[in-house]
Design a protein around this ligand. Structure first.
Ligand SMILES: [Zn+2]
Length: 374
């Protein structure tokens, strides 16, 4: 069954499964909760469960096409660029009043449903106010406050929360073939966010980057100011690297544009759009990388504090470094460790305010050095 692939969210799965079985499916849902916990996957599974004669067997032609987003009666709307284009919502409105092609109903899944301009949102509202009989709308969002209250009030709200680390770990071991030790560590490091956990398992550089960052934190003690600045420089290079890889991906996409099928004007216009998108994506990637470094450090000092207060080693995030954590706990006063955590919280906020990455990394490392070792 497709439901088995959805990690965690037991109560939500059961209630949606029951709704399908008992023919009590509502016409509109709002799936809300943190990014990366599996809202969209649940929405797609729910759609397959409604259309598949076996309630989402995962094997049949219907299930397969829903999962691949190729079923004619299941449409997925996503933002193009920053927002969901109003044209797409108008098209949806027209489509919703047509008969389903194969199934007995149509399902519309709207990803990032908070990203609709006024006109798009009011068009959707009109559909929800008088929904065609055999349609189901599933709005998916990490930011329900960004969805019009009048839209929200017409949807059944389903709230997703983080997946417990234990369930995440078991899933990684049983379904993804990750070793038990690595799964335990990744489940803790990614704090119950399935999407992030999968990224960490797929990309071994994530773990080695964490190791590098924590090693740096430990050597700050012996470092002079120049060495600390060099460390910040090295972290900065690591943050820049994936952003630069993106640039070459976009270069390639631009080259493909000029294959002769489009006129010069269109090529120019599209490649300008690609340049802009590339810049946005690079910035996003830098922000993600910088936040990851700060959160790695914050969890590290949080672990030290827990050990200091005599907490259980089971509560540690960096379970594999219990020995090192205990050494640090012995060497540093609690008040100073707390100061480091606060300092990293400020650095995280500075990321949001677009403080230049390198500057932010430098002041964080020098700040920690000053607090702990000056
Ligand atoms: Zn099926």
């Amino acid at each position: 069954m497709l439901w088995d692939d959805v990690v965690g969210h037991g109560a939500i799965k059961r209630s949606l499964e029951n709704a399908v079985e008992q023919g009590r499916v509502n016409h509109a849902y709002l799936f809300s909760g943190p990014s990366g916990v599996g809202k969209f996957m649940t929405a797609r599974t729910f759609a397959a469960a409604m259309l598949c004669p076996e309630g989402g067997c995962g094997e049949c032609n219907v299930c397969r096409r829903v999962v691949e987003e190729k079923h004619p009666d299941v449409a997925v709307l996503r933002p193009a660029g920053k927002n969901i284009p109003v044209e797409a919502i108008r098209a949806l409105r027209l489509d919703a009043f047509r008969k389903p092609t194969e199934a007995d109903r149509k399902v519309y899944i709207i990803k990032n449903a908070e990203r609709m301009w006024d006109e798009g949102a009011s068009t959707l509202l009109k559909v929800l106010e008088e929904p065609p009989g055999n349609t189901v709308f599933i709005l998916v969002t990490a930011n329900p406050e960004g969805v019009l209250p009048t839209i929200r009030s017409r949807c059944q709200r389903i709230n997703f929360s983080l997946v417990p680390a234990g369930e995440l770990r078991d899933y990684l071991v049983e379904r993804k073939g990750v070793s038990a030790e690595k799964a335990e560590l990744v489940a803790r490091l990614t704090g119950g966010v399935l999407g992030r956990a999968l990224d960490w398992c797929d990309d071994p550089s994530r773990l080695s980057r964490r190791d590098g960052v924590l090693k740096m934190a430990r050597t700050l003690k012996q470092a002079d100011i120049n060495q600390a600045l060099e460390m910040a420089q090295e972290l900065y290079r690591e943050v820049k690297e994936p952003a630069e890889e993106l640039a070459s991906v976009y270069q390639e996409r631009k080259r493909e544009l000029a294959d002769g099928t489009l006129d010069d004007d269109s090529v120019r216009r599209l490649s300008k759009a690609l340049d802009e998108e590339c810049k946005r994506e690079q910035l996003k990637e830098e922000i993600r990388g910088t936040k990851e470094i700060f959160s790695t450090l914050a969890w590290w000092y949080r672990d030290i504090l827990i050990m200091k207060e005599g907490g259980d080693a089971l509560l540690l995030v960096n379970v594999d470094l219990a020995g090192e954590i205990s050494d640090e706990a012995e060497a540093n006063p609690a008040q100073k460790v707390i100061e480091c955590i606060e300092l990293l919280g400020d650095a995280m906020k500075a990321v949001e305010r677009n403080v230049p990455v390198q500057l932010n990394l430098e002041s964080a490392l020098l700040g920690i050095q000053e607090v702990l070792y000056a």
